[in-house]
Structure formats: C-alpha cells, structure tokens
Design a protein. Structure first.
Ligand SMILES: [Mn+2]
Length: 321
C-alpha cells in the first residue's frame, strides 16, 4: 500500500468534528500516536477529541490527555474519524459504532494483518509503530519537534513502547532516524524509557510472581495463565500485564511465548510472542491479529483451554514449518 501520497492534514482542512481513536486495552503506542495526532490537529486550530477505552495510569504522563473524550458515544457523528494503531475494526471496541457514523474515515496503522478498513488507509507494516507513522504524516506537514516538544515526547514514548526500547525487529534504520530527530528536538529519552518500560508498581510485581508461578514449557513454547481471580487478587487489572510475555520469550528455552489471561466468564486473551517463527497466521486463524512476532487473540474458553489450543497449534507449526 502506498504511503503519505496525499496530505491528510490538508484534506481535513474544513472538517469540524474530528475524533481520533486507538485500540481497546490501549498500550503505549496507541496512547502516544492518538494523543500526538490530536495535539497536532489542535495546534492547527481544530478541536479534536480522543476516544480511548481508558488511559492506563502509567501513560497518564503523556501530553494531551485532556483531549480524551470520556462520555457517552451515542450522540457523536464525526466529520472525520481516525482509527490509529488498530489492525481491524473490531479492535476499536465501542468506538467502532462512531466509526460507522463518520462522514470520512482514516486508518493509520502498522499491523501486517490490516486489510484497510477505512475510506483512506495509511498502513505501513514496516513501520515500528503507529507513532512512527504519525511522525511521518506530521513531518510531511510542518511538524518541528523542537517547537512541539509535547507532541515529540508522545511520539517518542509510543515508539519506545512498541519497539521495547529499540530492541524488537520492527525497529528499522528509519525508526532510529525518527528517534534522532525527536532527540534533537529535546525529548527526555532516559525518563521516557524508565516510565514506559521499567517502572512497575508493587501489585504488578506480585502479578509477575503469580504469572511465573503458573509457568509451563513444551517444545520451545513457554506459556502461563492468569485468571481474573489471580489478577484481582494481586490488586491488578488487565492493564498491568505488560512485560510478562516478553520475559517468558527471553528465556533460553523459548522459541515462542504465550500469556493467556481471563477476560470474562468464558473468554480468555492470548498474547503471543516469537523470536523467529512467524505466528501471525495461527493467530489470525483463531480470529485475532497482529505481527509475525507479536500477536494477540481473544477466544472462548477457560484460560487453560485457550492456552492448550494455541500452544498445540504453535508446537505443530514449529515442528512442521
Ligand atoms: Mn502499535
């Protein structure tokens, strides 16, 4: 798909009601990319509003959180709707109904499984993050990191989150160049790395312990499960799971890692990570999406049943691939 062939910021010059949404259970890239785009449009004199299911506590330091629209969606009929960092429409969650009512829709995304569900699609599966794509879009206009350090910080934080601090293989030469331009503008890199990747709460440490307590391994796949009781018992929510599956993947025995967490009475979400073996097709076959080395899916069943199903498929894939 071609990128940045038209200047969207010019295209929406006359739009009034602009809404920008990220995916459900928003991560650092979703929050960073959505807020950066919103702040930039605000500087252009627009009144954009941000639709996010939540803004997790650890991302509250991002700039632009005051643009979060946390009211009823029923009466919103946007002129323009941006879906950012969403691999498919379902990932918009409740904001999907607002998407359906919008006059004009845009999708800004970097998931390989994205088929382009909006009127205009800016999809680049080679970009490290939605935040990196937002950078390119703003740069094509007249974004100057030094003048707009708040926007630069959100973009940098989003990139740091999705690349795991420039470690994951989605990190390209361009990712580093973009980071360099943001650093040149004055972003506080060391504080962003700490806040986005390394700072944890005491309940999160207990949850990490619970996850490690349930750890299992078979034929290159390390996996673990957490029920709602276990998560809540540690004083945590599903926002506190970052870092667990990556830790499992980093074990020497792991080719792939899976974290399965209960989401409702009879559904569980599997977060899948891989060092090399491409997992996107398996995850898509179960109704999920993502990237070849990082993907996720919510399935019906207990955490143990969902773990068994997905681990069996991965083991089969590794052995026959
Ligand atoms: Mn992302």
């Amino acid at each position: 798909m071609k990128m940045y062939e038209n200047n969207i910021l010019k295209d929406i010059e006359n739009a009034e009601d602009i809404y920008i949404a990220g995916h459900v259970n928003p991560d650092g890239d979703a929050v960073g990319s959505v807020l950066a785009l919103a702040l930039y449009l605000k500087k252009l004199g627009k009144s954009p509003r941000v639709l996010l299911e939540s803004i997790p506590e650890r991302f509250k330091f991002f700039s632009g959180t005051e643009l979060w629209y946390n009211k009823d969606y029923d009466n919103i009929t946007p002129d323009v709707f941006f879906a950012v960092d969403c691999g498919d429409k379902q990932r918009l969650g409740k904001a999907g109904e607002v998407f359906d009512r919008a006059e004009l829709t845009y999708c800004i995304d970097h998931h390989r499984t994205n088929t382009g569900f909006a009127d205009v699609n800016f999809i680049n599966a080679d970009a490290s993050s939605a935040s990196e794509i937002v950078f390119e879009l703003l740069k094509a206009n007249d974004f100057d990191p030094e003048k707009d350090i708040d926007i630069a910080t959100d973009i940098y934080a989003g990139i740091v989150f999705d690349t795991g601090g420039f470690r994951h293989n989605c990190t390209s030469r361009r990712t580093h160049e973009v980071a360099g331009l943001l650093v040149e503008g004055g972003v506080d890199t060391s504080s962003i790395h700490s806040r986005v990747l390394f700072e944890h709460t005491y309940p999160q440490a207990k949850l990490f312990g619970a996850a490690l307590n349930n750890i299992k391994h078979t034929q290159g796949v390390t996996y673990t499960t957490l029920t709602t009781n276990e998560i809540e018992g540690c004083g945590c929510t599903s926002e506190d799971l970052d870092g667990i599956v990556d830790f499992l993947l980093n074990l020497d025995v792991s080719e792939c890692a899976v974290l399965v967490t209960q989401r409702s009475e009879n559904t569980a979400k599997a977060s899948v990570r891989s060092k090399r073996f491409p997992i996107a097709d398996i995850v898509v076959s179960l109704g999920g999406g993502g990237h070849n080395l990082a993907a996720g899916v919510t399935c019906e069943g207990s955490v143990d049943a969902v773990a068994k199903k997905i681990v069996d498929l991965i083991v089969k894939g590794i052995n026959h691939g």
